[in-house]
Design a protein around this ligand. Structure first.
Ligand SMILES: CC(C)(COP(=O)(O)OP(=O)(O)OC[C@H]1O[C@@H](n2cnc3c(N)ncnc32)[C@H](O)[C@@H]1OP(=O)(O)O)[C@@H](O)C(=O)NCCC(=O)NCCS
Length: 190
């Protein structure tokens, strides 16, 4: 498998968006304040019935919008492919004052998007993309990589936890259009 850096021009954004980001929600996390002196949160997995599909791209061609809405000249776009077939991608935002998620910091990068084609998940492709993203951010002088996900994305939370990220913020009510979802902000110290 090859991982290459690509541009975010229209045709590339279209190819990027052809990798489905949707996933099945079969469980979610109940988020509780941890007891004791250590602080933090405890994530308790609970089954969701009936299961449903969550698609972050639903209702619009998200990857096509990024370069229209933000100055992406300091962003990294990665494409993972095998025999010219696109299997996954990752986008890292850095040094873009209009992106609030960057907290006005240039020593912080945001893993803006990460997706692996459903038929190729759990083969280590996400890990390869994540490691590339972290290496790139480190090379830019960043001290942290930040990622937003939700309590309904158990696979992604397990993925970030496995890769050494810690849960830095929990924000219920962050998504008025999805009141049941809780925003989770993960940080990796680089
Ligand atoms: C999250 C995602 C990118 C992970 O990519 P991947 O290539 O499947 O991940 P990897 O094979 O590198 O998995 C590494 C580890 O992550 C965790 N993980 C990945 N998928 C998981 C799942 N479905 N359930 C539980 N843990 C999971 C495991 O710890 C796994 O290690 P293991 O296979 O040895 O147990 C992929 O599931 C995906 O594209 N999901 C849909 C899009 C999405 O949610 N993106 C993130 C938005 S915040």
């Amino acid at each position: 498998m090859r991982i290459a850096s690509v541009a975010l021009a229209d045709d590339q954004a279209r190819s990027y968006g052809e990798i489905p980001i949707a996933f099945a929600v079969r469980s979610h996390y109940r988020v509780e304040k941890a007891t004791g002196n250590s602080g933090g949160w405890r994530l308790r997995e609970e089954r969701v019935e009936p299961a449903y599909v969550k698609d972050y791209d639903a209702g619009g061609e998200r990857p096509l919008r990024w370069a229209k809405r933000w100055d992406t000249s300091n962003w990294l776009v990665l494409a993972a492919s095998e025999n010219s077939t696109r299997l996954g991608g990752a986008v890292v935002a850095w040094n873009t004052p209009s992106v609030d998620m960057l907290e006005g910091r240039t020593d912080l990068a945001v893993l803006w998007d990460l997706r692996v084609h459903p038929g190729n998940r759990r083969r280590g492709i996400g890990t390869r993309l994540f490691d590339h993203a972290a290496d790139w951010a480190r090379a830019k002088g960043c001290r942290q990589l930040k990622v937003e996900t939700q309590n309904i994305n158990v696979p992604a939370c397990a993925f970030y936890a496995k890769h050494g990220c810690y849960l830095g913020a929990v924000n219920p009510g962050a998504y008025p259009e999805f009141p049941a979802e809780i925003q989770l902000l993960w940080y990796l110290n680089l």
